[in-house]
Design a protein around this ligand. Structure first.
Ligand SMILES: [Zn+2]
Length: 67
Protein backbone atom coordinates (compact mmCIF):
# COMPACT_ATOMS: atom_id res chain seq x y z
CA UNK A 1 0.00 0.00 0.00
CA UNK A 2 1.69 3.09 -1.25
CA UNK A 3 0.78 6.59 -0.56
CA UNK A 4 1.02 8.82 -3.56
CA UNK A 5 2.61 12.13 -3.12
CA UNK A 6 1.45 15.07 -5.12
CA UNK A 7 3.66 18.05 -5.11
CA UNK A 8 1.94 21.37 -5.27
CA UNK A 9 3.62 23.16 -8.09
CA UNK A 10 0.70 25.28 -9.07
CA UNK A 11 1.30 28.99 -9.01
CA UNK A 12 -0.66 31.18 -6.73
CA UNK A 13 -4.20 31.60 -7.94
CA UNK A 14 -5.01 34.85 -9.52
CA UNK A 15 -7.54 37.03 -7.88
CA UNK A 16 -10.88 36.44 -9.46
CA UNK A 17 -11.83 40.04 -9.39
CA UNK A 18 -9.81 41.85 -11.93
CA UNK A 19 -10.35 45.22 -13.43
CA UNK A 20 -8.70 44.13 -16.60
CA UNK A 21 -11.32 43.62 -19.25
CA UNK A 22 -11.59 39.87 -19.89
CA UNK A 23 -12.83 40.45 -23.39
CA UNK A 24 -9.83 42.26 -24.73
CA UNK A 25 -7.43 41.43 -21.90
CA UNK A 26 -6.69 45.03 -21.33
CA UNK A 27 -5.71 45.90 -24.85
CA UNK A 28 -8.85 47.88 -25.49
CA UNK A 29 -9.37 46.19 -28.80
CA UNK A 30 -10.78 42.88 -29.78
CA UNK A 31 -9.86 40.79 -32.73
CA UNK A 32 -12.82 39.89 -34.81
CA UNK A 33 -12.37 37.27 -37.47
CA UNK A 34 -14.18 37.94 -40.67
CA UNK A 35 -14.45 36.11 -43.90
CA UNK A 36 -13.10 37.92 -46.90
CA UNK A 37 -13.02 36.90 -50.47
CA UNK A 38 -9.78 37.36 -52.30
CA UNK A 39 -10.51 36.46 -55.86
CA UNK A 40 -12.38 33.21 -55.47
CA UNK A 41 -10.59 32.20 -52.35
CA UNK A 42 -12.22 32.77 -49.04
CA UNK A 43 -9.81 33.81 -46.39
CA UNK A 44 -10.20 34.69 -42.80
CA UNK A 45 -8.99 38.10 -41.93
CA UNK A 46 -8.87 39.66 -38.54
CA UNK A 47 -10.26 43.03 -37.82
CA UNK A 48 -9.33 45.01 -34.84
CA UNK A 49 -12.35 46.53 -33.25
CA UNK A 50 -12.68 48.77 -30.27
CA UNK A 51 -13.73 46.68 -27.35
CA UNK A 52 -17.40 47.38 -26.64
CA UNK A 53 -17.10 46.18 -23.06
CA UNK A 54 -14.51 48.53 -21.73
CA UNK A 55 -14.76 51.16 -24.45
CA UNK A 56 -11.10 50.81 -25.35
CA UNK A 57 -9.95 51.55 -21.87
CA UNK A 58 -8.90 47.98 -21.28
CA UNK A 59 -10.54 48.05 -17.91
CA UNK A 60 -14.06 47.45 -16.90
CA UNK A 61 -15.86 50.55 -15.74
CA UNK A 62 -17.33 50.59 -12.31
CA UNK A 63 -14.90 48.05 -10.99
CA UNK A 64 -12.12 49.73 -9.18
CA UNK A 65 -9.29 48.11 -7.35
CA UNK A 66 -9.22 48.47 -3.64
CA UNK A 67 -5.81 49.58 -2.59
ZN1 LIG B 1 -12.17 45.39 -23.25
Amino acid sequence: MSEEHYESTLPDPRPKLSTVCPSCEGSGQIVEPALALLGNVGRTVHHLRPCPWCKESGYLPGLQPLA
